[in-house]
Write a protein that binds this ligand. Structure first.
Ligand code: SAM
Ligand code: CA
Length: 232
């Protein structure tokens, strides 16, 4: 986990934040409260939240999905970037964590944009698919239990439209994915997930080294095979 960008030394990181971060007071207040929480490290980095706002606005997204809410920092970033008719279906299992999120959604005046679904996210996503909502989301953010990333990705890929974007957090996992000695279940799940996406012809792929590593997967209209060409 990392709630700041990996690999930048402090002076340069502080400079990056000083010239770029435009965090509204409500997000700063949520970040300060979350920093006091025993699990506060789970929150995304503020520069990452701002980057996600950029993505949502670039796409003109209105209907979005979030898998893993915690105290609500990422959902609040997205909600603030959405137009007034924008929606987030937000999935989490924790009443306790999301009570904090709800408080901030209310204070920021965006609670009407967010529909919180408490329960295992796989069940929520399967319900959305069964209700006929496949192909209707513009944007999805995956940031819950790493062992289920593949299941979340497959369901999100059904739920987003062609040209929709799936953003996946923690894909560099503080560097542990690159260390073959590390073999715990979250790390091996992330490694296997990253390897699968590398060769998935259904998406256009970019792995951005912001915060703890953020994968952008754009759903392609047509799955084009990506065999590398060999020129001898
Ligand atoms: N995106 C959040 C933010 O910006 O602060 C951080 C999310 S935190 C890393 C992961 C969240 O996933 C936790 O709040 C946890 O309760 C939730 N979670 C864990 N297992 C889950 C599951 N099976 N279904 C839904 N949510 C789950
Ligand atoms: Ca995360």
């Amino acid at each position: 986990m990392a709630n700041s960008t990996l690999g930048l030394e402090n002076q340069l990181y502080d400079y990056l934040l000083s010239i770029s971060l435009r965090e509204p007071d409500i997000l700063a207040a949520l970040r300060e409260e979350t920093a006091q929480h025993p699990m506060g490290m789970m929150q995304i980095a503020p520069e990452q939240g701002q980057f996600m706002e950029m993505l949502v606005q670039l796409m003109g997204a209105t209907k979005t999905l979030e898998i893993g809410v915690f105290t609500g920092y990422s959902s609040l970033c997205v909600a603030l970037a959405l137009p007034s008719n924008g929606k987030i279906i937000a999935c989490d299992v924790s009443e306790e964590y999301t009570a904090i999120a709800r408080r901030y959604w209310e204070a920021a005046g965006v609670a009407n944009k967010i529909s919180l679904q408490l329960g295992p996210a796989i069940n929520t996503l399967d319900k959305l698919i069964a209700e006929g909502q496949a192909g209707t989301f513009d944007f999805a953010f995956i940031d819950a239990d790493k062992e289920n990333y593949e299941a979340y990705f497959e369901r999100s890929l059904q739920l987003v439209r062609n040209g929709g974007l799936i953003v996946i957090d923690n894909v560099l996992w503080s560097g542990r994915v690159a260390d073959p000695e590390v073999q715990d279940t979250s790390t091996t799940a992330l490694r296997s997930f990253n390897n699968k996406l590398r060769n998935d012809p259904r998406i256009t792929l970019s792995v951005v080294p912001i915060a703890d590593g953020l994968t952008l997967a754009l759903k392609r209209r047509w799955a084009t095979m990506m065999q590398p060409e060999h020129h001898n």
